[in-house]
Design a binder for this molecule. Structure first.
Ligand SMILES: Nc1ncnc2c1ncn2[C@@H]1O[C@H](COP(=O)(O)OP(=O)(O)O)[C@@H](O)[C@H]1O
Ligand SMILES: [Mg+2]
Length: 387
């Protein structure tokens, strides 16, 4: 089975938009693609968009801020820039000269890559400008799961450094720079672009399209089960699975490894396995919720219910915490006050359930959790009241 369903047309459309030179277009600020987790963003960026940008003669750099969650996002971005410079002697010679290292031995690469960074030595702007000038290419930096840049100071600094670089490279003396950012949560991406102080103020936020029926046709013809899958039925299951390929893949594996003679009703068996996968995900999640303290669970539910309007320490929010606690099955041990709510938020963040921007804005780590809470009836009555 070929591993990847290619989305060439989508890549052509997005790449054309990214590379466009339309005067006054906000696209020069970069573009933000938003879609839930596990729906194929990274796969698309790596397998389809990047090659297409390269066909359009762009020099693309890619960094996934989710990949190594222990690394500081600022450092990950710097590392991506350094990797773009690596091995390009002309660029390095240029940088060495501009850093005042006239007698540098370029063959021996005595220019120290560590000098490229944020706020020290060779700035991101200088490094990227040298790269673009030397190669005569437009640079496209792809930042996957860009919202993580906001979780640390260095990450936020990197976003500002990139704005400076972008403005410089988009001036007439260079070949241009574009930034493509993705994220799994609209509220978080909005923080990167809704605020005038932010590096991507005004950049267009585009709903990244989920995989469609053409993907399901491809899937059904390559899945190799002991019987045919019906495309319409499989697509319905795909919708129920939140457009996540892994759910279908997991169900297909389960059917394949089931030694019962299922040839006649592969379709039914497959549907059962998809339902089972969805149920198991929900059950696993609810087990996690039940393992929280009553206050943590209450804070989490209220955050999920309020979304972008969540204000952790307002009086109205406290009354919602009270409501959430009261509707829970457990006795509350902790007092409902600011320090305890703060502590609950920190604990939720440590458990990977809650995301916090460096300046104190909170959001769910996974948007899908809100839907699971809603399905379990755990958000009822919690969205009421003034924001
Ligand atoms: N175009 C595709 N063809 C085949 N499988 C895909 C495709 N897009 C995504 N997948 C599968 O779905 C899963 C999640 O994809 P990924 O790109 O990591 O999602 P995201 O970056 O949105 O979290 C991966 O296992 C991947 O192999
Ligand atoms: Mg990804």
């Amino acid at each position: 089975m070929p591993l990847i369903f290619h989305r060439r047309e989508l890549a052509e459309r997005i790449a054309a938009q990214v590379m466009s030179d339309t005067a006054g277009s906000a696209a020069a600020s970069g573009i933000f693609l938003a879609a839930p987790r596990r729906t194929g963003k990274s796969t698309f960026l790596r397998e389809d968009l990047r090659p297409q940008l390269e066909r359009l003669h762009a020099l693309t750099l890619y960094v996934d801020l989710w990949e190594d969650r222990k690394a500081d996002p600022g450092q990950s971005i710097v590392a991506a820039i350094r990797s773009g410079l690596a091995g390009k002697e002309g660029v390095i010679a240029r940088l060495a000269r501009s850093a005042g290292m006239d007698k540098v031995n370029v063959g021996g690469l005595s220019f120290d890559m560590d000098r490229v960074g944020l706020g020290t030595g060779v700035s991101a702007t200088r490094a990227l400008a040298a790269l673009s000038d030397e190669t005569a290419q437009r640079i496209v930096l792809i930042i996957d799961e860009a919202q993580h840049a906001l979780t640390t100071e260095a990450g936020a600094d990197a976003m500002f450094a990139l704005k400076a670089a972008r403005d410089e490279l988009n001036s007439s003396s260079h070949h241009g720079m574009r930034i493509v950012a993705t994220g799994s949560n609209r509220d978080k991406l909005a923080l990167l672009r809704n605020n005038r102080d932010q590096a991507f103020f005004g950049a267009p936020l585009v709903e990244f399209p989920h995989l469609g029926r053409d993907y399901i046709e491809w899937f059904c013809s390559h899945v190799n089960l002991p019987g045919q899958l019906d495309i319409d039925a499989a697509y319905t299951l795909f919708v129920e699975a939140g457009f996540r390929p892994e759910v279908l893949g997991g169900a297909a594996d389960a059917v394949r490894f089931d030694f019962a003679p299922v040839t006649a009703d592969v379709q039914m068996h497959f549907a059962q396995q998809v339902a089972k996968q969805i149920e198991e995900t929900q059950a696993d999640f609810l087990r996690v919720i039940r393992s929280l303290t009553p206050l943590q669970a209450a804070v989490f539910r209220v955050l999920a219910a309020k979304g972008a309007e969540y204000a952790p320490f307002e009086a109205a929010t406290f009354s919602l915490y009270g409501k959430a606690v009261a509707s829970g099955a457990m006795q509350v041990d902790a007092k409902l006050d600011t320090p305890n709510v703060q502590q609950a938020l920190s604990a939720l963040q440590e458990k990977g359930l809650v995301w916090r921007a460096a300046r104190g804005v909170y959001a769910l780590e996974e948007q899908g959790h809100a839907e699971m809470l809603a399905r379990a009836g755990l958000l009822e009555g919690l969205a009421a009241g003034p924001p």
